[in-house]
Design a protein around this ligand. Structure first.
Ligand SMILES: Cc1cc2nc3c(=O)[nH]c(=O)nc-3n(C[C@H](O)[C@H](O)[C@H](O)COP(=O)(O)OP(=O)(O)OC[C@H]3O[C@@H](n4cnc5c(N)ncnc54)[C@H](O)[C@@H]3O)c2cc1C
Length: 470
């Protein structure tokens, strides 16, 4: 890209990020306020737990010298070939296990690692186009790539990298089968049409409905169809950045590459969020810096709570479950959410808060996701130590005459909100502007809807601003 356009782009990005920053802070704070207002009994004091309980997943990557996989097949064509919606849905649910389709392969599948890197450098070395390196092929990185390509077409070369791999050239399966709450307007005319057609098959009304991992796989395939390239390798991309003509770095890693950012000068920032229309009443948060992110504290206590999910519950159980929850939820232990898929596919998601003394127990019980049926075999002593309402709710589900094979208890996770704040200028890495999107910018609270949906909205606004320079 020529120097003048590059300069204009930097100015436009700076204007965009700094003008939007107050709005982003307000959006992010919606999640903190929700937790303070409705889940204060579950806020935790003991930060030590947070550090020690993180699951440290050991990677087992096989290093094969030569990559040899089948050619990518056309997922959208394949889906068209099924007659019923149920068949299409079944195929999508099983797609991660269909290894020979090459769905998770990168764009340099037949090259050695070294050659793949060379080809990637070459791809990002155009003098005429905007060369964008997106780090992170999760939902926001993929949406950004798809959305920008739709707007700029041949004016841009986009390469998306990811380090969560089975082996070089092949990404790990997308596994988060979580229901989403994303309105269709976020996608309509903003991404490739083949995607929105698939969403229409599965959804009920104005929401896309599909699970997070389905959305990711569909976005990935649609990006590939639109000439966006992928590189799946697990070591850093510094050589790729230094030895190509990358114009812009997009951090879509969910906050994993915090060390690429310069440290913020202000370590403690007082933030007052108005709580009424007249702006004369406030909630005061302290934002404290750690690892180049700012974390909200209220009255000296960090906003952080632990939860686990029960997923895959068929919609027809929602009445009996809701009844129990409504009668036993004075402290908001449970959060129940009925999905937005069409009737025959729809599911219910339950998020269960965990009290501080029970966190260790749940980390022990749910080291990995387990089918709900296994809960029956947990020893009585352990069950007696956790909140009895959780045991009762699970019993109710187990006693329903339904297929329990699809219902899972997922490992615990924490809601630990944080936000990236900028200091005077946009950050750079190896002299390239680096911009955070999605959870790399701030983490939302799934219960308030200030997470993924708002990230996608923001990304579309961001790419609109970028397009002005071309
Ligand atoms: C515990 C939890 C539960 C949630 N539950 C729900 C829910 O039920 N429904 C819902 O809609 N939303 C939910 N959300 C929110 C949603 O998951 C996030 O908003 C969304 O995943 C953010 O997308 P992202 O692309 O920014 O980050 P991610 O989805 O985290 O994607 C990051 C990508 O970057 C890659 N990556 C990481 N580090 C590197 C690196 N160094 N180099 C290259 N690649 C890298 C990762 O492999 C991954 O592909 C939840 C979030 C959390 C944390």
């Amino acid at each position: 890209m020529n120097k003048q356009t590059n300069k204009n782009l930097d100015l436009e990005l700076k204007k965009f990020f700094f003008e939007k920053a107050p709005e982003l802070l307000t959006r992010a704070s919606m999640g903190w306020i929700y937790t303070l207002s409705y889940e204060k009994d579950f806020l935790i004091d003991n930060f030590y737990l947070k550090e020690t309980n993180q699951s440290k997943k050991k990677k087992n990557i096989k290093y094969l010298k030569k990559r040899s996989f089948k050619q990518n097949f056309d997922l959208f064509e394949k889906l068209q070939s099924f007659f019923s919606i149920k068949e299409k849905w079944k195929f999508m649910k099983e797609i991660n296990t269909k290894k020979n389709l090459g769905v998770l392969n990168d764009s340099f599948e037949n090259a050695t690692d070294k050659v793949a890197l060379q080809l990637a450098k070459k791809f990002l070395s155009s003098n005429k186009k905007l060369n964008v390196l997106v780090i992170g092929a999760g939902c926001c990185g993929l949406f950004f790539a798809n959305n920008l390509k739709k707007k700029l077409g041949k004016l841009t070369n986009i390469l998306v990298c990811d380090n969560r791999i089975q082996q070089p050239g092949v990404r790990e399966p997308y596994s988060r089968n979580w229901l989403t709450n994303l309105p269709k307007f976020l996608f309509t005319n903003k991404v490739d049409e083949s995607l929105t057609e698939v969403f229409d098959w599965f959804s009920n009304g104005n929401y896309i409905g599909v699970t997070l991992n389905m959305m990711e796989i569909l976005l990935l395939q649609s990006c590939k169809k639109n000439d966006i390239k992928f590189l799946f390798k697990d070591d850093p991309y510094d050589d790729l950045i230094k030895e190509s003509n990358v114009d812009l770095l997009v951090d879509a890693t969910g906050g994993k590459i915090y060390e690429c950012y310069p440290s913020h000068k202000e370590k403690n920032i007082l933030l007052k969020i108005p709580t009424n229309q007249n702006n004369n009443e406030y909630l005061s948060f302290f934002l404290k810096e750690k690892n180049n992110y700012h974390y909200p504290f209220f009255l000296d206590k960090q906003i952080i709570n632990y939860q686990f999910k029960i997923v895959g519950i068929a919609e027809n159980l929602s009445t009996v479950i809701s009844k129990y929850i409504n009668e036993n939820n004075n402290d908001n232990l449970f959060y129940i959410w009925v999905g937005k898929l069409n009737k025959e596919l729809n599911e219910v998601l339950i998020i269960v808060n965990i009290k501080e003394p029970d966190i260790e127990i749940f980390y022990d019980l749910l080291k990995k996701r387990i089918c709900i049926k296994e809960f029956e075999f947990f020893d009585k002593k352990t069950k007696s130590r956790i909140d009895n309402r959780i045991v009762e709710l699970i019993k109710i589900i187990l006693n329903t005459k339904t297929n329990l094979d699809q219902i899972y208890l997922e490992p615990p996770f924490s809601y630990t909100p944080r936000i990236k704040l900028f200091y005077k200028n946009l950050p750079t890495y190896y002299d390239r502007t680096i911009i955070p999107i999605g959870d790399s910018y701030y983490t939302g609270n799934a219960k308030v809807g200030n997470g993924l949906g708002m990230h996608l909205l923001y990304i579309d606004e961001l790419t609109k601003a970028m397009t002005k320079c071309f």
